[in-house]
Design a protein around this ligand. Structure first.
Ligand SMILES: [Zn+2]
Length: 111
């Protein structure tokens, strides 16, 4: 369950910047209502009790200690199907390529 809320402008920006495609399966996201803004490192890692798990991931992906799970560089456009399958899991769906895409797209989201 997502805690972070996004404005309609943010949702539109993610849809466009990611060419209306899901970063995980590459299928087109035909309608804005099917867009999910996905946290590559899942939101639950922001909880204090997950700090060891978060630290391991930051080391594994060479991310800075002050990495912010709620910032645009951790967010990507996903279809509802992939987002539903991923939920709070880590591993398969995170990789350095997606992290790089997200960080290079982040400045385009901020308009
Ligand atoms: Zn997908």
């Amino acid at each position: 369950m997502s805690r972070q809320r996004f404005t309609i402008d943010e949702r539109l920006a993610f849809w466009e910047v990611y060419d209306r495609k899901c970063i995980h399966c590459q299928n087109p996201i035909l309608e804005l209502s099917n867009l999910r803004i996905d946290h590559l490192l899942p939101e639950r890692l922001a909880d204090q009790k997950s700090k060891d798990e978060l630290y391991d991931l930051l080391v594994r992906y060479s991310l800075p200690n002050n990495y912010n799970i709620f910032d645009y560089y951790n967010l990507v456009a996903s279809c509802s199907k992939c987002n539903g399958m991923k939920a709070g899991k880590t591993g398969l769906t995170i990789n350095s390529v997606k992290l790089e895409i997200a960080s290079s797209n982040a400045p385009k989201i901020v308009k």
